[in-house]
Design a protein around this ligand. Structure first.
Ligand SMILES: Cc1cc2nc3c(=O)[nH]c(=O)nc-3n(C[C@H](O)[C@H](O)[C@H](O)COP(=O)(O)OP(=O)(O)OC[C@H]3O[C@@H](n4cnc5c(N)ncnc54)[C@H](O)[C@@H]3O)c2cc1C
Ligand SMILES: Cc1cc2nc3c(=O)[nH]c(=O)nc-3n(C[C@H](O)[C@H](O)[C@H](O)COP(=O)(O)O)c2cc1C
Ligand code: SF4
Length: 674
């Protein structure tokens, strides 16, 4: 029955592979991710090990942890896995043991951040200012020859420590513009000594000496993985063609697998957000694969089974790295192998996890509340199953219903609209944000599978709830838009962002959006793309010479004329840090005008009047979209809370925030209803 669900071949994903002498049971690896679960000095602890144990049990072939701190100039945060502390060695040994018992192999990634140093003074091949400020200063100090040699020796000794501790392989973090990539790049390496030079092969000295010394110390059989960009994605830096040239040198010097990942941190090419196409860099990695005879792996946005299998079958690479997908669903490999495709909770690349790292917080997943809390939360059967009513079919309500039902409760879910997903359904409408619908669809699918009694088009009232005589109620009624008291706000030309995103209203060609938070900017993106030419059609029309390329490109890029006004100086301030810049970049590319510090004073039939400081201005427009925020929808809760013993208010109905809080509160409410 389950096999019947399998719609794509998974022949290749579950075939074994060898890195040097290490046999790995399948082609799935979990790349290194600093999760902030370790102790304050980088100790591997129970929380950390439990997180990875679940992924190992879930069927992942190779789990790579880190990046790990191994040398004093690394610039690592103090809580990154610590290879320098004797007391951590038994923890590393225990970790390896747990991974092996759970059926996985494991590796540790060694990270030297170079000019991206997160902690203290950064050190780099040359004092080239970092494009992003990650630590104390963006200006690195040039490494001396002695310091370089010390780093190389520390890499090698750290690899030996992990070998002796039972870790199956070691990885060098040469990706994302960290130290090894900084030595290779002509942009960041301006040295004139033996570690620099005009030719790319001159700038390989550091990497070659490093791999050779590591090989010398760990012996011929111990697998060394070299993680590298497929392309730096940075002007004047190393391209995929350059990497194809240098790849054989890396292998000759000692690398047993090349693991392609992202370009430099400061690249303006988005690589992690949900607008990035699945498997976008596979073709680039394919050039590297062609240049070497050792296995090549690739990670970054390989977030569906079709892309995974296609990349492997096409022979572009040999292993697939899945980072965030395994945070989101630890059992992904097992579900895939069992053909339970619609049971997989796919990562939606919302980057909440990545934002956590930049805020020095333990990684939390938007969808998987248990990630990092495996020892804290378990979905156990209820000892006395109850009748529970959930009001609202947004993410909070559906997550509560899912967990309640898994625990054996009887669950009725009321949803007043004719669709499920609540605000998240709207959030998934703008171009590049569609993947949010995967989160909604997973939950809808669970409602069906678990046979939750979902009553659509049914607005819950005090009477309907009391009629059901429930033991408990979870109130997940979300929020409603704020309508600001601006003269003209009731005009026919004024619409709400929510109605635009749901296509409930018609809009003109010149539009002003009032409010530049997530809803305003993303609605602007939706509108800007509303009447553009889809890429596939554009290519088709160009191929058949119906439209010249320039015209097709213009029609693909630009649509309606949009201006966004906000009282604040900053747009999209409630969008996560690692996503926000991509949305602002996209808005600029599509010609959307953003006017900050603007107070709207009046809306007329044909214009919006506003002021910036003392200056009064106006913009002609035919439609005005209001997106100035929302308020909690909690009136029903207030009416009901004294009439039923157990009423729990969750998500935006409690206080408007984001989907992650709604899901977490839904999950917790469901665990707490005994
Ligand atoms: C454009 C946009 C982009 C966003 N982007 C993101 C993002 O990238 N990441 C993120 O985490 N969050 C994002 N959010 C916010 C996120 O969607 C919300 O925080 C989340 O949906 C709140 O979930 P909830 O379940 O609490 O409420 P909602 O999603 O609002 O769901 C409430 C549900 O209750 C129903 N309801 C209300 N009253 C009743 C009643 N009496 N009877 C029956 N049903 C009722 C409503 O119809 C609705 O379906 C975005 C929101 C918008 C609008
Ligand atoms: C929370 C988080 C922490 C990360 N930390 C590291 C790291 O320490 N070293 C590294 O090489 N890559 C790191 N990455 C990048 C991932 O290894 C991976 O390349 C990236 O998430 C893209 O793959 P994915 O789309 O499968 O998630 C991190 C990513 C995330 C989300
Ligand atoms: S937080 Fe978002 S990006 Fe990170 S794993 Fe979860 S769903 Fe994926």
């Amino acid at each position: 029955m389950m096999q019947y669900q399998r719609q794509v071949s998974i022949r290749k994903i579950f075939s074994p592979i060898k890195i040097n002498k290490l046999e790995i049971k399948n082609r799935i690896l979990m790349p290194a991710m600093h999760m902030n679960y370790t102790g304050s000095k980088g100790e591997i602890n129970d929380k950390f090990t439990a997180f990875y144990e679940e992924r190992a049990k879930g069927g992942c072939g190779l789990i790579i942890i880190g990046g790990a701190n191994f040398t004093k100039t690394s610039g690592c945060m103090p809580n990154m896995v610590n290879m320098m502390m004797e007391e951590n060695i038994p923890n590393i040994e225990h970790f390896a043991d747990v991974m092996h018992k759970a059926g996985a192999t494991c590796a540790i990634q060694l990270l030297h951040a170079g000019r991206y140093g997160y902690w203290g003074q950064p050190y780099a091949p040359s004092p080239v200012k970092s494009g992003i400020k990650t630590g104390a200063t963006d200006l690195p100090q040039e490494l001396t020859i002695e310091q370089i040699q010390e780093i190389i020796e520390d890499y090698a000794q750290a690899a030996l420590i992990m070998k002796n501790a039972g870790i199956d392989a070691c990885e060098i973090c040469g990706n994302t513009g960290y130290l090894p990539a900084q030595f290779i790049s002509k942009f960041t390496n301006r040295r004139t000594d033996k570690y620099g030079g005009k030719e790319i092969t001159d700038r390989m000295t550091f990497n070659i000496e490093l791999l050779q010394r590591m090989r010398e110390v760990v012996g011929p059989d111990y697998p060394i993985i070299y993680r590298m960009p497929a392309d730096d994605l940075l002007p004047d830096s190393t391209t995929y063609k350059d990497y194809a040239i240098i790849a054989p040198y890396l292998v000759e010097a000692g690398a047993d697998m090349l693991h392609c990942a992202g370009g430099f941190h400061e690249s303006r090419v988005p690589q992690l957000t949900m607008g990035v196409p699945h498997g976008f860099s596979a073709v680039l990695a394919g050039y590297i694969k062609k240049a070497v005879s050792v296995p090549v792996a690739l990670s970054h946005r390989i977030h569906d089974v079709e892309t995974m299998e296609h990349i492997l079958i096409a022979g572009l690479v040999d292993m697939i790295g899945m980072g965030r997908p395994l945070i989101c669903d630890p059992d992904l490999p097992n579900k895939l192998e069992a053909g339970q495709l619609d049971e997989i909770r796919w990562c939606v690349a919302c980057n909440n996890c990545f934002d956590c790292v930049f805020q020095a917080q333990p990684v939390a997943c938007f969808q998987n509340v248990r990630a990092g809390k495996e020892l804290k939360y378990n979905i156990t059967p209820s000892k006395s199953p109850k009748k529970v009513i959930v009001i609202g079919g947004g993410p909070g309500g559906m997550e509560a219903a899912r967990v309640l039902k898994l625990r054996g409760h009887e669950v009725i879910l009321f949803e007043k609209e004719n669709y499920l997903g609540g605000e998240l359904f709207m959030a998934g409408r703008p171009p590049g944000r569609e993947e949010l619908m995967r989160a909604v669809n997973y939950l809808i699918n669970q409602m069906v599978k678990l046979k939750v009694d979902v009553r659509m088009n049914t607005e819950a009232t005090v009477e309907t709830i009391l009629d059901e005589n429930p033991d408990a109620v979870v109130m997940a009624t979300g929020s409603s838009p704020i309508i600001p008291p601006i003269p003209g706000i009731d005009g026919k030309n004024v619409v709400r962002a929510e109605d635009v995103l749901l296509d409930k209203v018609d809009v003109g060609d010149e539009i002003v959006v009032i409010g530049g938070g997530a809803t305003g900017t993303e609605t602007a993106l939706y509108l800007a793309r509303l009447n553009t030419l889809p890429a596939e059609s554009a290519m088709y029309l160009v191929q058949h010479e119906v439209i010249p390329f320039e015209d097709a490109f213009e029609k693909w890029r630009y649509g309606k004329k949009i201006t966004v006004l906000d009282m604040l100086p900053k747009f999209g301030s409630n969008i996560g840090q690692t996503t926000r810049w991509t949305i602002l970049q996209d808005l600029a590319y599509r010609g959307v005008k953003l006017i900050p510090n603007a107070t709207v004073e009046e809306i007329t039939e044909s214009e919006v009047k506003y002021s910036v400081g003392d200056e009064r201005k106006s913009i002609p427009c035919d439609t005005v979209v209001v997106a100035v925020g929302v308020k909690p929808n909690n009136a029903l809760y207030e009416e009901l809370k004294d009439k039923i013993k157990d009423v729990r208010l969750i998500g935006d109905a409690k206080s408007p925030r984001k989907g992650i809080e709604a899901l977490e509160e839904g999950f917790k409410a469901a665990l707490r209803i005994e």
